[in-house]
Ligand binder design. Structure first.
Ligand SMILES: Cc1cc2nc3c(=O)[nH]c(=O)nc-3n(C[C@H](O)[C@H](O)[C@H](O)COP(=O)(O)O)c2cc1C
Length: 145
């Protein structure tokens, strides 16, 4: 299995930076962590394009929306919304993925072709009093045609 970061040097940089670690360890007291793994996603149309001799550019264009990753994102969002509705709190995280290899070793995860996509700590928040940044205007985030 190939894990990110791919080089020992990159991993040293990521694990030695105190500011990065403090960002990733803020939830270390949470009683649970939910790890989301992604597996191979057979994009419909890929084999068809290959059989028709499509170029790498054409194949890249088909794969660009990454439907497999979109599935994971939807699952995580639904999980966080359901948890919040039940009074629990989480934080969608990919930052700690640099330690994917160690995490898989610790939990004994060995499913070929699967990789750690994201995770969330899960627990009862100390406070629900969070500062919500101002929302962008609808016109700033949408284009109506
Ligand atoms: C894909 C993804 C990965 C994220 N990874 C992290 C992370 O590793 N650490 C972290 O503190 N927040 C991470 N976040 C942000 C939090 O989940 C959350 O969105 C953010 O703290 C909300 O705060 P905001 O209202 O200031 O954006 C990530 C969000 C997304 C969508």
């Amino acid at each position: 299995m190939n894990f990110w970061p791919h080089t020992p040097k990159m991993k040293r940089v990521l694990t030695s930076s105190e500011s990065l670690l403090s960002i990733r360890l803020f939830s270390k007291n949470a009683p649970h962590v939910i790890l989301i793994f992604a597996g191979p996603y057979p994009t419909s149309g890929l084999q068809f394009l290959k059989d028709k001799g499509a170029s790498m550019d054409e194949i890249h264009t088909l794969l660009k929306p990454s439907p497999g990753v979109q599935n994971v994102a939807a699952a995580m969002e639904n999980l966080l919304l359901a948890a919040a509705n039940m009074g629990y709190g989480g934080c969608w995280m990919t930052g700690p993925n640099y330690a994917s290899e160690e995490i898989c070793e610790v939990i004994g995860f060995e499913k070929e072709g699967y990789y750690l996509a994201c995770m969330t700590p899960m627990g009862v928040p100390e406070s629900f009093d969070v500062n919500q940044p101002p929302r962008k205007a609808v016109d700033d985030v949408t284009t109506f045609i």
